[in-house]
Design a protein around this ligand. Structure first.
Ligand SMILES: [Zn+2]
Length: 127
């Protein structure tokens, strides 16, 4: 029995990046460069604004939203939206942690600077 390939696109396609050099690019596809490895990538328009793994280097990349595209044009299912929401929250938490780390480091540097300024002031006073 032959498996007929469904032509109506009721199933959402797997949202993954492909190598733009070898991929079959459709008009609706988004073509962009991976910010990590510079590889030219292509993805279905439904990937706009989502975080998808780069097919080349495996890093998570943010797919650009083409000019003039409305987010309401996207018909993502709830599961995908939820997944993205969690990914965004995780990234947000990571960023918050980094900010805390940087603030701690900044405080340390300010303390060090204060000590050095005192040393310099004392050195100048001795002259
Ligand atoms: Zn990459």
């Amino acid at each position: 029995m032959l498996q007929s390939k469904s032509t109506d696109n009721t199933e959402s396609p797997a949202l993954e990046t492909q190598d733009a050099d070898s991929a079959d690019i459709r008009d609706t596809d988004i073509v962009f460069d991976c910010p990590h490895c510079g590889k030219s990538l292509v993805i279905d328009y439904r990937g706009a604004g989502l975080q998808i793994d780069c097919s080349s280097c495996g890093e998570r990349v943010l797919v650009p939203i083409p000019d003039g595209m409305q987010l309401t044009d996207l018909d993502l299912d709830a599961g995908e939206v939820l997944k993205q929401l969690f990914a965004t929250r995780r990234n947000f938490q990571k960023a918050e942690l980094q900010i805390q780390e940087l603030k701690t480091r900044l405080t340390q540097l300010q303390e060090t600077l204060g000590v050095m300024q005192n040393v310099i002031a004392e050195g100048l006073a001795k002259d």
